[in-house]
Write a protein that binds this ligand. Structure first.
Ligand code: CA
Length: 229
């Protein structure tokens, strides 16, 4: 992939930082777009084709975490690199858990940011992140479509998000709280509510009599998607 064709969205309200990033990225051949608020950022990502987002967290209207949440609700693959003056480890963990791919603290070194961007693009070219396959389950992230045994199966928006979350963490047990916080936000659902969604997901996945076993329950802890052949 030619990096000259990459569209980068910079979300930054500080003019000096913005012009610094903008100028460097342009110099390296990226096509650069810039917005200064969280609302504009989400809007831009919905309407435009962007290859990577460079995101500040301290924005005038809403927190940058809101932007990550919103983007991840419709796009699991768009790389998001946070560039923030929040240097504490809690902020980093929170941003990464919310769905950021990487985190650079201010003041930052431009060469480091560029290297981290290249890393994201390298991942994209070395593995096809738009299609997920495990056993008889296939997720087409671009089309937001799930296939079971090659047949398209309708999953509701929340069901789809849960399947994608488990698929993106294959082999790991995700706690009830982790799943709930990711899908609905903190306190947005209770464990019984989650169980209902999981039951529906399992039912849809077991239509071929096999894929139902893809998702395991770790009783009292959470759920895990196992890798199968
Ligand atoms: Ca800021």
């Amino acid at each position: 992939m030619d990096k000259k064709q990459k569209n980068i969205l910079i979300v930054e309200d500080d003019k000096l930082t913005l012009s610094q990033i903008k100028n460097s990225l342009k110099h390296y051949g990226y096509r650069v777009f810039a917005v200064s608020t969280a609302t504009e950022a989400v809007d831009f990502c919905i309407k435009s084709v962007i290859d990577l987002v460079v995101l500040d967290l301290g924005l005038p209207d809403k927190d940058g975490l809101f932007v990550i949440q919103q983007i991840r609700s419709f796009n699991n693959t768009l790389p998001i690199i946070v560039v923030s003056s929040r240097t504490n480890v809690e902020s980093k963990i929170l941003a990464l858990d919310t769905g950021a791919n990487d985190y650079v603290t201010k003041p930052f070194n431009m060469d480091e940011l560029l290297a981290r961007m290249r890393k994201e693009f390298r991942y994209m070219t070395t593995e096809d992140k738009h299609i997920f396959k495990n056993g008889n389950l296939t997720i087409d992230y671009d089309a937001k479509t799930i296939y079971v045994n090659g047949i398209e199966v309708h999953f509701t928006n929340f069901e789809y998000k849960i399947v994608c979350l488990l698929a993106g963490n294959m082999g790991k047990t995700l706690t009830y709280e982790y799943i709930i916080n990711h899908i609905w936000g903190e306190g947005g659902q209770d464990q019984n509510g989650l169980r209902v969604f999981m039951a529906a997901i399992r039912k849809k996945m077991s239509r071929d009599g096999k894929s139902g076993k893809l998702i395991r329950t770790d009783i009292g802890t959470g759920y895990r998607m196992n890798k199968v052949n």
